[in-house]
Design a protein. Sequence first.
Length: 304
Amino acid sequence: MRKTTLTIIILIAAMTAVWAQEPVLSNRIKKYFELHDVVDKMASENYFANYSDEAIKTAYNNIFKSDVSIYKKRAYVTYAEILLKRKHTAEAIEYFDKAFYAKELLPRVFEKRYRKQFMEQDSILFFNKIKEYKENYSKVFTYQELRIIEQISAMVSADQLARNYDNIHPSSALIMYTDSLTMVNMVKIIQENPNILDPFALDEWSYFLLSRHIFTAYPQFWLTYIEPIWRQKLIEGHYIPLTYARTYDQCIIKARGEKSFYGVWDDNGHAANPDTAAVNKHRTNIGLCPLEEQKPINGFFMTY
């Protein structure tokens, strides 16, 4: 207990890092994200019905042919989801397979998230795939990766248990202590796996469940320990500019009382930066449109 408390104190004291360097994307990476924006819009529920199968296939093929090789693996999942919604079951499985064997889809996520749709279309195929993925899980992922996935999963379980208990027996101390342990364990995962740029990407859904609690309550933690990871991923084309900018804006406003840097999130105008020329320059550096062309995004920020 004393050791854990000391570790938490050291962790909090360390959260004073400053932004090392503003990310600037190359034209090659900006071009890739232009392609990504097209398919992202196609996958949106608001626009989903507006595109033909052929138009969607062409747009995704542009992503798959891109030389930004790592990030495009996630497009396997979104394309498979579109195919599944349109009841192209066999084609959907082809891309779910690509996602799983590229380490972009966990067996338990596949089983939980797509059960209902597959049960309506081809339950036998669904159960065969669950069996295949589970049998090959430890072959596809390394021991190091499996250990990280289990660590993240354990943190999510502890987080949910604490919050469920708090709903019945309100105790802010329990939540704060659980959050502190979560942050300590996240830093530990980063430090123990220096050969993996973003260890949390191995189980991004679980990581999302954690991050929406941690980053909202402790924005300085994100700025100190997670932002450098996201910044490097952004520069390499492995992270979405809008998500990075939105989280960065929220965190500097809440942790430092600064004005919005990218103008993506400005606390409903309370932290708007009056220097729009500077904001637009920052936005251009990561491939975002000018402020005057941006649609309103204020509200609860997502980190995934």
